[in-house]
Design a protein around this ligand. Sequence first.
Ligand SMILES: Cc1ncc(C[n+]2csc(CCOP(=O)(O)OP(=O)(O)O)c2C)c(N)n1
Ligand SMILES: [Mg+2]
Length: 572
Amino acid sequence: MPPSPTLSGSGAQILVQCLVTQGVKKVFCVPGESHLGVIDALYDVREKISLIVCRHESGASNMADAYGKLTGEPGIALVSRGPGATNASIGIHTAFQDSTPLILLVGQVQRDFIEREAFQEIDFRRMFGQMAKWVAQIDEAKRVPEYLSHAFHCATSGRPGPVVLALPEDMLGDEAQAPAVPHYQRVAASPSSYQLARLVDLLSRAQRPILILGGSGWTPDACENIRRFAEAWRLPVACAFRFQDLFDNEHPQYAGDVGIAINPKLAQRIQEADVALVIGPRLGEMTTSGYTLFEVPVPRQTLIQVHAGAEELGRVYAAQLPINSGMPEIAALLAETRALSQIVGGTFPWAAETEKARADYLAWNAPVQVEGPLQLAEILKQLRERLPADAIVCNGAGNFSAWLHRFHRYRGFKSQIGPTSGAMGYGLPAAVAAKALHPDRAVVAYVGDGDFLMTGQELATAVHHRLPLVILLVNNGIYGTIRMHQERSYPARVYGTTLTNPDFVAYARAFGAFGETVERTEQFAPAFDRALAAGVPALLELRLPAEVITPTTTISAIREHALRRGGSGKAS
Ligand SMILES: Cc1ncc(C[n+]2csc(CCOP(=O)(O)OP(=O)(O)O)c2C)c(N)n1
Ligand SMILES: [Mg+2]
């Protein structure tokens, strides 16, 4: 092997040279004095790496998470010490729960001040210990490439996730010579031929199988291979919570999403399946309807679970066939099992069930009528008809999002960016990252009124970086999800869940964005066209009566039901 080239310069300059080698395209930051050297080094490579300057570190870390989801490469957030890192922590938690590759670079006090609780000092190892795959501090400039190499490998290998690197201020200023390291290589397991044969055998003997896709680490090719596999076996295909874009929702075998507010018929189908082939997702609370779709710890269904992280297999559920594999690795092999499927003669006992699953989905997906002048389900239907298949729709958390998951149809790989962690405030920063990465694709942030104001200041980031995304804001004047639970457990005792909102259109315009209010269904389509054509970030406020709390029930109905049950002031 030829000797590896040497990097030289300050610790900060070496760090930035490593980011270039690792193929980083964007850094999301709020500047801090301790890492000014990194910002200065980024100035020299601004043609290769663009710096997106945010207004709050939660924006930066959420954007880095969205970048990680969209590219499969670690998203990079650069923030300052204690206050910056604490603000950024929500994105680290989301990246961990969502298995997104992400690297948080955080400033640290100079080395000879450490452990004195110096200004803004935090021990990041303890702070992020449970939230990150690896937390480290780089104490020597000459070891920067080694740490960066480890960070990129760690964030992307096995079950992807976040890594935190603390950068003492004086280390960043030290001059050093350091050996360069090459671009990281993602490390992933593959199924053994025995496991593959068993999978085929179990599937061949099934009567009512179901395929559930989810998790991170997918690629367009892997999704294409899974489509071929699903078609060859005529399997009904469901997608886990907020991973709905792994399988074209227009496909005749798509059966819906396994998340919050799951179609009850799909839940029943999963419970009654004899073989559940689960590829990619964690079998977490949201993807199991609170651990009810599968019995804990040994499911009644024959569970074949494929996951990228070995430690995830056997957590909660003892699968009949656990397989540790990356998604591209298993998908490529499954696509070639077509010939093996002939062992059941090409006609599958479950073929009619696959059609029924689709019919159940279409019935569930058809717009429902609610009281009032704004029909949100119809608006979402119009939205999908107006958006190209590759449009990216980002969302945060709240009841409003359940409408999106139910009535939108995701048609392309990475057309959905949402937090499985259920973190509010995710939608707008995610849309900023998506539009920055894909200026030619339509990007929508679909947000709630409570949700939006957690990160609404990133509208300034969108305006500053000239990113004409469209925000659809569902304004019902309440923290609706919490109000819904409140009425169930403490009926008619409304407290702490009502919002006094700003004039959202005036708010948008104050940032230099386009803003309009939509109060009636028929106003939506022309307003959306104007928003798309505005050439600047745009916000449409959709006014939804608070009473319309879900597509199928109202606040009053929940309250009356709870009161009839005798609930008043007592959690059930
Ligand atoms: C960061 C964060 N804080 C708190 C919560 C708890 N929470 C879940 S949904 C919700 C209310 C969401 O309100 P809004 O965005 O207005 O949506 P709605 O439910 O009214 O449609 C809250 C407070 C959360 N999920 N994330
Ligand atoms: Mg609300």
